[in-house]
Design a protein around this ligand. Structure first.
Ligand SMILES: [Zn+2]
Length: 308
């Protein structure tokens, strides 16, 4: 399974991720949001309204509702935030079929179309690890809600950090909800996690804007950088790394202090220096997945297996 964020017009090869969609550079955006939000209602509680393009059974409706509620709470807890203010705003979750996507010339795994309209595919009923996709995409929604009316990237929050944080929460939620599937409490790495080089990581850190948002290495670099900060930064790591990153985002949204300053305040080291340490670590673990993933939530992939 690949992480395909945001949406993509199936007619072309243009792949727009979340930020691009929100910045309005994709003209399809507004129409799609309206169409999704106006699909027939399936069920709701005080926080979430579920809509779908085809009738869902009562148990399917309840399953989506429960999963959204649980993933949302999980993400908030991971980041050390509270479900108050913007983070408590009601939301509409659209469940759409492949047929619907095709008819609307869209293709996505799921994602936030704005800060209140969220979409998932009905693949969620057949794919046991789709809950990870939901927790991943809800993380993007939460960051967007923190920055409501503003853009995180204006304050130095990068595509790589956004995908890192979302991938972290997605994988952690997947571990929490599929314990029998992952008895070691680790998830097999994807090919890209395992084969990326120090040079790939260096490249990701050097890019900004739309270029950064289309580099496929932003996912493995982001996730592994967070794990690196947790376990190895400055030779000691910071066990509460993900909560610290959560606190930085909340601070940035409030004070507009740039990310590199926040990073230095929270971890006592320069962001550039941390990037350099990480690139060196990735270089030193090329062709050595056991060392690369030691103590992390990833584990070396069995040869000949597909990405999950
Ligand atoms: Zn993402």
């Amino acid at each position: 399974m690949t992480w395909t964020d945001g949406y993509r017009k199936s007619a072309g090869s243009v792949f727009a991720v979340l930020f691009t969609l929100l910045s309005g550079s994709q003209s399809a955006g507004a129409d799609v949001v309206k169409t999704l939000a106006n699909l027939p209602e399936v069920t709701r509680d005080g926080f979430v309204k579920i809509v779908a393009d085809r009738p869902l059974s009562a148990s399917q409706g309840k399953r989506v509702l429960d999963l959204i509620e649980r993933a949302y709470e999980f993400d908030i807890d991971q980041l050390g935030w509270k479900k108050t203010g913007n983070l408590a705003m009601p939301m509409t979750v659209a469940v759409v079929s492949d047929k619907w996507m095709k008819a609307h010339r869209l293709r996505f795994m799921g994602g936030s179309f704005n800060s209140t309209v969220f979409a998932v595919r009905d693949e969620m009923f057949s794919n046991p690890v789709y809950d990870g996709v939901i927790a991943h995409e809800l993380t993007h929604l939460l960051v967007m809600r923190q920055f409501l009316g503003d853009e995180a990237r204006n304050h130095g929050w990068s595509a790589v950090m956004g995908e890192g944080m979302a991938s972290h929460n997605g994988k952690r939620f997947r571990l929490a909800t599929n314990q029998k599937r992952y008895p070691q409490h680790r998830i097999p790495a994807n090919d890209i996690d395992q084969t990326m080089t120090g040079l790939d990581a260096k490249q990701v850190f050097s890019e900004t804007g739309d270029v950064a948002e289309s580099n496929r290495f932003r996912y493995p670099v982001g996730l592994q950088f967070i794990e690196f900060v947790r376990l190895r930064l400055d030779g000691k790591g910071h066990s509460d790394a993900i909560r610290q990153f959560g606190a930085m985002v909340a601070d940035m949204a409030r004070t507009h202090k740039p990310f590199d300053k926040e990073f230095q305040e929270h971890f006592g080291t320069l962001l550039d220096g941390a990037h350099l340490q990480f690139v060196q670590f990735i270089t030193s673990t090329e062709n050595n997945p056991a060392a690369r993933f030691a103590d992390t939530i990833l584990m070396p992939k069995k040869p000949g297996t597909e990405d999950e």
